[in-house]
Design a binder for this molecule. Sequence first.
Ligand code: PLP
Length: 471
Amino acid sequence: MRLLPAVDMVLKLDQSEELIRMYGYGTVRSAARSVLAQMREEFREISSEETAWVLREETVPRIRREIEKNAESGFVRVLNGTGIILHTGLGRAPYGQKSLHMAETAAAGYTNLEYDLEKGTRGNRCARLEQLLCRITGAEAAFAVNNNAGAVLLALRVVAEGGEAVVSRGELVEIGGGFRIPEVMELSGAKLREVGTTNRTRPSDYEAAVGPETKAVMKVHTSNYRIVGFTESVTVKTLSQLCAEKEIPLLVDLGSGMFIDLKPYGFPQEPTVQETVQDGADIVCFSGDKLLGGPQAGIIVGKKRYVEKIRKHPLSRALRIDKVNAAALEGVLLDYLDCKKDLYEVPVLRMLTMSAETVRERAESLARQLCSPYVRVTVEPCMSRAGGGAMPGVDIPSWSVCIEPENVSAELLGKRLRQMRVPVISVVRDNRVWLDMRTFELDMAGELVCAFRDGTLAGPIETAEEERAQK
Ligand SMILES: *Cc1c(COP(=O)(O)O)cnc(C)c1O
């Protein structure tokens, strides 16, 4: 194996020069590294003459093919070293095995998405999802659309169009990507009737606001910020009694819906979907890909009379869930139904509840492997976050592998990490590169380890472009 050339040597070949000009140094280095790793496997027993031949004839063309193969796809797998579990920029929740398998089956061929296999006729896209959602949440009926922003828009449109919807001033949230509750209400055709103040809203405020024009009361779970101090808000239970008396529906936007109480794992109380249903909410909307840990989806559960109306509204056709997401959603719901067996089938839950001690062991294991003469590697405590606008202000104690490069700045090392074939997203802080091992997939670290060992990743500055980036 020693007879194979080092990455450095390959990059200095004349034939590599053209590739570097075309694709940039980082890309070529990353591809060279991966090709050489493959070749080491293939040419374990080889004579030196053959090595020379292989080097000349085979390496660079293979690097070119490797680059071209990757250049075709804009979406690539990345490794998340940020410690933000639901990183919206990195696609929020990764699928679990069951979701992955079911999504692949649905995508790869035809599927009984809207086909009743028994009757041989057109079926209902959400029938199976409805069964599972009702079993998990105890709701009478359920429906799923493309995402939660769509679910809230649709539900409001159906129950409150042309009338007023009453909302507390403390719950007029904006979430990422310009989704503001007041604007969504306007889009839905409902008139916003604000009650209370930013920090305090009482039952009497709602009572005074509900009049002949009122078509619904809406409660929004303020999932991405927290109002602390002198505060008061009205519970779902109290609001549902008020709504029942006035014969109007109570719509709850839970944002990041949860089926499991994470208090035993040291997290603050978050209302679960089951509790919200039990406390009498008529319609509950939540996301599929936040703390639930499934695919992008907007899930609606609640009373049959409202869910039926929602299902039949023309807007639900415009917001419908696609077959791959529907299949993946079924997968994660099955994981929850089986969860007494193993909570950890859902990657988001696995990451959220992984003990700091386990994270530390993972960090120590990677740190040992990253040793190289160019870097100082330590294991340091840090804080992970749920992200995705969920569990604001909740710090999750965690551990990072901390890399301090000697020849280059931490910024440049961070940039080189992003240029890898499987890009690594790190946090650059205090002139060090931090990799939070709560969100980092250790079993995909092979290429990273090789790149540190052969010195190319943290080695000296190589190009004028890097020289500029360093400054
Ligand atoms: C995240 C969130 C939404 C939107 O959910 P998406 O699935 O991202 O469309 C709506 N309301 C609240 C309160 C949220 O936190």
